[in-house]
Design a protein around this ligand. Sequence first.
Ligand SMILES: [Zn+2]
Length: 103
Amino acid sequence: MPYAPKRHRAIRSARRQHRSYDKRRGSARQRGYDTAWDKFSAWYRKEHPLCEECVKNDLIIPVDVVDHIIPLAEGGAHCDEENAMSLCWSCHEKKKAREKRAR
Ligand SMILES: [Zn+2]
């Protein structure tokens, strides 16, 4: 049997972190994400099922979140494949931290 990394525990704790993260900054709906985004991001996940940052480093990590490359607050397009990317939680957190520093 091929070696399969044990990721389940990590995924569960990432989900827990996400819930408290959402509590701090308001729910997705409160931040302006809507049904159109739900549909778009579900489609995008199917088209891009792996973290696009990790793939650059030859890591195969499933997508946890579809993120805007250019944040909406900075004029990025909303439901646009050109302005979307699949990220794992780790890469998403790093990107958010980078954006915070850039502000
Ligand atoms: Zn990643």
